[in-house]
Design a protein around this ligand. Sequence first.
Ligand code: 13P
Length: 341
Amino acid sequence: MSERLEDIAVAMVANGRGLLAADESTATIKKRFDSIGLESTEDARRDYREMLLRSDEAMRNYISGVILYEETLFQKAADGTPLVDIIKNAGSIPGIKVDTGAKPLPHFPSETITEGLDGLAARLAKYYEAGARFAKWRGVIAVSGALPSFGTIKANAHALARYATLCQEAGIVPIVEPEVLMDGTPGDHSIDRAEEVTEWVLRTVFEELGDLRVKLEGMILKPSMVIDGKKARKAPVEEIAERTIKVLKRTVPAAVPGIAFLSGGQSTEEATAHLSAMNTTHDLPWKLTFSYGRALQQEALNAWNGKPENVAAGQRAFTHRAKMCSLAAKGSWKKDLEQAA
Ligand code: 13P
């Protein structure tokens, strides 16, 4: 496969394929495992992720790349095969989450700045060596009547741009992820407010990327959809799709090859339906696909339930959802296809 940033970025969003976000931090995967009553040991994390990555049909046909947590990038399957090799052998691309998390931003109560720039160049060289060809950094923007503040948007946008230049210098495609939270606190904001904030955030992010000379052809944007807060949810599928496309058209240059959405607390089916509705709009300058964590994994996690005898059921559930998301990335998902699992 080509090592040019532009070619890797195009491959990440090509042919109805999208990204599996399996990069939950140790604290986050513990929460997911708590929901099925499973202790989060290193082996349990390995077994769960190995189950997903060995879903050969899903990996070959629907998943262009996998975002890993550092532990997984260097982890071996139960039979000693590096997990990275399982991804590559299925024709998919390994990637890595490189931020070290959102921390309180001094002087800005209830807002955060994402950290991880110090020493990042050296870490990227190590990740490249281990096979990673793209990376992810998530900036988090909380929404309320008064939030976000411009200081927070600007600080996070600047960090995203600094991260993106370091990635490109290391031969790694940056996924630039400014998440406007739908399920933060209070989480009852309207879709109007979500639209206004998302436009403001994306405009600022692309200004910072431009100022730092990030090569737009060699990056992927990972935004949230324009959606009302989780406690306010009432906008229909078509409205979410239309408003999201409107904001993206206003803010994302056509040079960016692809936009891969996060699911952010939407249900599995909502995230699939919204993506499909957007892809029925035909005059788009970029590919629109998925980079889901929860919306790709939830059904597989429940079907697996931490038990070795359920591996095949977990893989079936994952493959079904990946297939539905792939159809959505082509604009051809339909609700009645959901029954097929
Ligand atoms: P969700 O799809 O669960 O929001 O996760 C995607 C992700 O990578 C968040 O950083």
